[in-house]
Design a protein around this ligand. Structure first.
Ligand SMILES: C/C(=C\CNc1ncnc2c1ncn2[C@@H]1O[C@H](COP(=O)(O)O)[C@@H](O)[C@H]1O)CO
Length: 174
């Protein structure tokens, strides 16, 4: 399975890196391909290193502007003209999308994927690994949208939340 992952480009503490490393191990050992932003920075780099060490395949999708910061050692490396094209490629190449902890870049990526799914422009599973309850605020906001009629389809069809890396893969199998 090609799994596109959105996550932080920053170096984080062990509360966040340990579950990301475990997720990377399961992805690689499961024989999956990681599709990601193609950077060696922060959690993105840790994730790619972990997948590679566990025998997984790496497909980086980096934007022209940042290609000098690209990960060395990806099996395939795609360079896009701009961020919009990169987001399109990250989704197009995915069988499923997984969201790890991240900042504004990650939030931008997941909301775009959800907006496209809202309009039925794709039906790919989107699973959030909610490490340390990091996404509790986002979840509350989305649940309120769902409960108060702001979404055209049930929230559970758009996105699901997992507490552990193993649960992410259980959800992807279901
Ligand atoms: C932090 C630094 C460089 C960042 N380089 C990036 N390279 C590739 N992809 C990136 C980069 N920064 C953001 N992205 C994309 O957004 C997500 C992470 O953004 P966030 O704001 O940290 O959540 C990630 O999923 C990427 O696709 C300087 O060393």
């Amino acid at each position: 399975m090609n799994i596109t992952v959105f996550c932080s480009a920053y170096s984080l503490d062990d509360r966040y890196t340990a579950p990301a490393a475990e997720f990377a191990r399961l992805l690689g050992e499961g024989g999956h391909t990681l599709v990601w932003g193609g950077s060696n920075a922060g959690l993105m780099g840790l994730l790619a290193d972990g997948v590679k060490a566990a025998g997984g395949r790496l497909v980086g999708v980096q934007v022209e502007l940042l290609k000098h910061k690209g990960y060395d050692g990806a099996d395939e490396f795609v360079v896009t003209r701009d961020l919009a094209e990169r987001k399109a490629q990250l989704l197009m190449r995915a069988d499923a999308v997984v969201v790890l902890v991240g900042g504004l870049g990650t939030l931008d990526e997941v909301t775009e994927v959800l907006e496209l799914k809202k309009h039925a422009l794709h039906e790919k599973p989107v699973v959030v690994l909610d490490t340390e309850g990091f996404y509790a605020g986002l979840r509350t906001q989305l649940e309120r949208m769902d409960a108060e009629g702001f979404l055209p389809r049930p929230l559970g069809e758009l996105i699901t939340f997992a507490d552990t890396p193993a649960e992410v893969f259980e959800q992807l199998k279901a």
